[in-house]
Design a binder for this molecule. Structure first.
Ligand SMILES: Cc1ncc(COP(=O)(O)O)c(C=O)c1O
Length: 446
């Protein structure tokens, strides 16, 4: 590709992309991988923000439920008592992952979108929200291509923005957008959300502040505890009647520890298929007055979710979920750093590569990295993902990505290519991904 050749071919190690970042407590990635039959194939799973792989212990539980405890609940005989216990174990696993105080605070359902939809219908039915209220959502949250099975048809929406906006439209509620701002002067797409841009949106009418703890496109982490603290303080000062905070933790849960109590939040969504479990989801609902059910979910899947906890606990000698997440965080940093360093290298900038999301590595970032190739030799993001995937042995994906506010959002027409990794991905895999990208960017194969 004329004009965009890197000056010379040097190994990535020599360029310093793979610094020795071995942390004091390091995750035994081989041991983690050994739990996942799918990873033994050598395929590079790099679309984990779309859905993670599943460890053997989760599948064993699903199979065991079906083979040995597949009876109607509530009938009182011994096998039935076993099934009831198992379903409760699934709910306790959700409770542990969210750090909720009781299983009564957990609503299980088929998806986070379905669970949030059930919550909103309940809020409406109880007259808990209505005209005159305001809802604050995050601009730049991914929505549009997400399809959820609701009311016998697929609806394009996310668990967060899309549904809150529909609710607002039904009641004439005002939606306000928490805008994202760039973090690098060289790249208008290096966007992240800052608390100072949220606070001016809070008024005496604010009823709900809804945001994602981690964006599934931008990969940036929000300090939920701090946001919750300052938003509540602001709402109190403004005299807001009843403020509630709803946090979408679907893209956060694979990477960091959730603590709904410490965060002081009202609603929190997680989807197990992104966190090494089956297609099932749990919603934390704090208000005791709000008890409702979501879509029906197979009992074997609820029980299967309980297998996630022993898997996570086994990753550290301490058998402590906090320690597990610390180790996961440390390992994931070693994946983020070389990828970002490659994508933001002056050669790649010159080539037109633009990271969409914060370009800085560090604790406020997970290895979900979106980018696009613009400029004179632009490559369409869908095509870019296809070119990576056509190499075989690797799966990444493309997303259309529209910032919903319609104000001064950067133009993201063409969408983004996204590489999303989790703790079972290896530095070797990152090296291979970088090599493939390098070939596509410079060998003119498109
Ligand atoms: C951040 C985020 N929120 C919500 C959802 C929707 O979750 P579910 O598929 O369980 O409805 C997704 C799915 O990709 C997501 O990434």
């Amino acid at each position: 590709m004329a004009g965009f050749e890197p000056t010379q071919t040097v190994s990535l190690d020599a360029l310093g992309f793979f610094k020795d970042t071995t942390p004091a407590h390091h995750l035994d990635v081989d041991k983690a991988r050994s739990h996942f039959p799918a990873l033994k194939t050598g395929y590079i799973y790099a679309d984990n923000a779309g859905g993670s792989q599943i460890p053997q212990e989760v599948v064993n539980r699903i199979a065991d439920y079906l083979l040995y405890s597949n009876v109607q609940l509530g009938a009182g005989y011994s096998v039935c008592a076993k099934s009831v216990r198992r379903v409760r174990e699934g709910k306790e696993a959700a409770m542990a992952l969210l750090n909720a105080t009781s299983v009564d605070e957990i609503v299980f359902g088929g998806s986070s979108t379905g669970n949030m939809d059930a919550l909103m219908k309940h809020l409406e039915a109880e007259g808990e929200i209505g005209p005159g209220d305001e809802i604050v959502v995050m601009a730049g949250e991914h929505e549009g291509v997400q399809m959820a099975w609701l009311e016998n048809r697929y609806l394009p929406c996310t668990a967060n923005n899309g549904l809150w906006k529909k609710l607002a439209a039904r009641h004439g509620i005002e939606i306000k957008y928490w805008q994202a701002t760039p973090t690098s002067r060289d790249n208008p797409f290096s966007i992240t959300h800052k608390t100072e841009d949220l606070l001016p949106l809070i008024s005496h009418r604010t009823r709900i502040v809804a945001f994602s703890a981690c964006s599934n496109i931008l990969g940036s982490i929000i300090d939920v505890k701090e946001v919750s603290r300052v938003v509540r303080r602001s709402a109190r000062k403004c005299g807001a009647r009843k403020l509630e905070i709803s946090v979408d933790c679907v893209a956060y849960a694979p990477h960091r520890r959730i603590d709904v109590q410490d965060w002081d939040i009202d609603y929190c969504a997680i989807s197990f298929y992104k966190i090494y479990g089956p297609h099932a989801a749990a919603l934390y609902v704090r208000p005791p007055s709000l008890r409702f059910s979501s879509s029906l979910l197979a009992n074997e899947l609820v029980y299967g979710c309980s297998g996630i906890i022993p898997y996570l606990l086994n990753l550290t000698p301490a058998h402590d979920i906090g320690a597990t997440y610390d180790w996961i965080t440390n390992h994931e940093q070693t994946l983020v750093q070389p990828l970002l360093e490659f994508l933001t290298h002056p050669d790649q900038r010159k080539r037109g590569v633009k990271v969409v999301g914060d370009e800085r590595d560090g604790l406020m970032r997970v290895p979900t990295i979106s980018f696009m190739v613009r400029g004179a030799e632009a490559i369409d993001s869908a095509k870019l993902a296809q070119m990576v995937n056509q190499r075989g042995g690797i799966g990444i994906r493309w997303y259309s990505y529209n910032c919903p506010s319609g104000s001064d959002e950067p133009d993201l027409k063409g969408g983004v290519a996204r590489i999303s990794l989790v703790h079972y991905n290896t530095i070797e895999e990152v090296k291979q991904i970088i090599n493939i990208l390098r070939e596509i960017l410079y060998d003119g194969v498109h």
